[in-house]
Design a protein around this ligand. Structure first.
Ligand SMILES: Nc1ncnc2c1ncn2[C@@H]1O[C@H](COP(=O)(O)OP(=O)(O)OP(=O)(O)O)[C@@H](O)[C@H]1O
Ligand SMILES: [Mg+2]
Length: 374
């Protein structure tokens, strides 16, 4: 290979790394993934043995190791540089590049015990500045003594400028996600408290065992939403997946294995924001429990069909059973138990939808219908 070809190949590799780091900026979701990607790609493209990123912790005014390819990884989140300490701390404090062939002989050198740094004599450090704020510093280190060239300094400067933006964005996303999680946990605990309170006010006296069983099913429906959210990693859950899993949980909990009762779930997997998905799961849970508890009471055979459909404007959920049907002269308001109260409150009051419960037009059993604006 000619020198020119070699140089071209190197430039191509550098461009690819820069492109990848730019993409990370656009897609920055998870802080750790972003850190990991930047340090790995920088190590490769700069032909160094280590790339580390320290993030500034304003509470303790220090730079904390956040990612590294060459240092002792167990020090991530632990190793730190006090304000201005070390060559990397100096780079952050002075907002300037530092490039030295023998770091150990530099008066600014600061040893982090156990970091594994002693095998890297040469070091280049850059501040990470985003929107005129120092958010941290990054360095690269080599095992063999190395004079960093102007070219290398320019490349590293370019990468760290991109990285600073990516990291700031990922940090912001991270903070927002954590806040959202707390908010969601709080909402769910309130929902559970509300369910328990409603249950306490019930006139109907159930055996403690039954009360607990119902409550367990309600809590499990909420858990199902979070199970799906944790897998998807987003704030949206597919409503059909949700209902399907909820119905699996319920049937495992409530169905007598000897009975031949089938539960079919079909329709469109409509994406819903987490709050709405939680409400819908609770509602579907109540309707399914009723179909099993009342419709199928004392039966060994039966079919329950759950359907979810949606068009632009509305979402429609139906739960049909071919069971023994509603009690004679059933009137929703007069016979409202806790279950239907939950359905009515969430659907009509909270989500502005409609709820109907009546005889199944197919002749036997009961049909519950819900529509929700989207
Ligand atoms: N699918 C159904 N088939 C037959 N009867 C039903 C059906 N769904 C509801 N019902 C009737 O409506 C009543 C009220 O239901 P609701 O869910 O509000 O209370 P519950 O199921 O009795 O108690 P909870 O849900 O609080 O444990 C039920 O007791 C039952 O008589
Ligand atoms: Mg019920």
């Amino acid at each position: 290979m000619t020198t020119l070809e070699a140089q071209l190949q190197q430039k191509n590799a550098q461009l690819a790394a820069i492109r990848e780091i730019s993409r990370a900026i656009a897609e920055a979701q998870d802080l750790n993934d972003t850190l990991d990607l930047i340090t790995r790609r920088t190590t490769e493209v700069m032909h160094v043995e280590s790339c580390s990123i320290y993030l500034y912790n304003p509470t303790h005014d220090k730079l904390v190791l956040a990612a590294t390819t060459g240092l002792n990884k167990s020090g991530i989140g632990e190793f730190y540089l006090p304000h201005g300490a070390g060559l990397t701390g100096w780079a952050a404090e002075h907002r300037q590049v530092v490039a030295v062939t023998n770091a150990f002989q530099d008066v600014r050198f600061y040893r982090i015990l156990g970091s594994g740094e002693s095998k890297f004599p040469s070091l280049m450090a850059m501040p990470l500045v985003s929107r005129d704020r120092v958010i941290g510093a990054a360095n690269v280190q080599t095992e063999a003594r190395h004079d960093f060239s102007e070219d290398e300094i320019e490349l590293f400067r370019f990468i760290t400028e991109l990285a600073a933006t990516a990291l700031e964005k990922a940090q912001l996303v991270h903070a927002a996600v954590v806040r959202e999680m707390h908010h969601r946990v709080k909402n769910n605990l309130q929902t559970i408290a509300m369910l328990l309170r409603l249950q306490m006010d019930q006139e109907k006296k159930l055996a403690p065992h039954d009360i607990l069983n119902e409550t367990i099913n309600r809590v499990l429906s909420i858990a199902t939403v979070h199970e799906i959210l944790s897998e998807a990693g987003v704030d949206k859950a597919g409503a059909l997946d949700l209902i399907r899993r909820m119905s699996n949980t319920i049937s495992n909990n409530m169905l007598n294995p000897a009975a031949n009762i089938t539960i079919t779930v079909s329709g469109d997997n409509i994406e819903l924001p987490s709050q709405r998905a939680t409400s819908l799961a609770l509602v579907a849970n109540e309707l399914l429990q009723n179909a099993l508890e009342h419709g199928m009471a004392g039966r060994t055979e039966g079919a329950i069909t759950i359907k979810l459909t949606g068009d632009k404007g509305r979402l429609r959920l139906t739960v049909a059973d071919d069971g023994r049907g509603l009690p004679e002269n059933f009137e929703m308001n007069a016979h409202l138990g806790l279950g239907l109260e939950i359905v009515r409150t969430s659907v009509v009051e909270d989500m502005g939808g409609t709820f109907q419960l009546g005889p199944n037009p197919r002749g036997v059993g009961t049909l519950a219908q819900i529509t929700l604006p989207r």
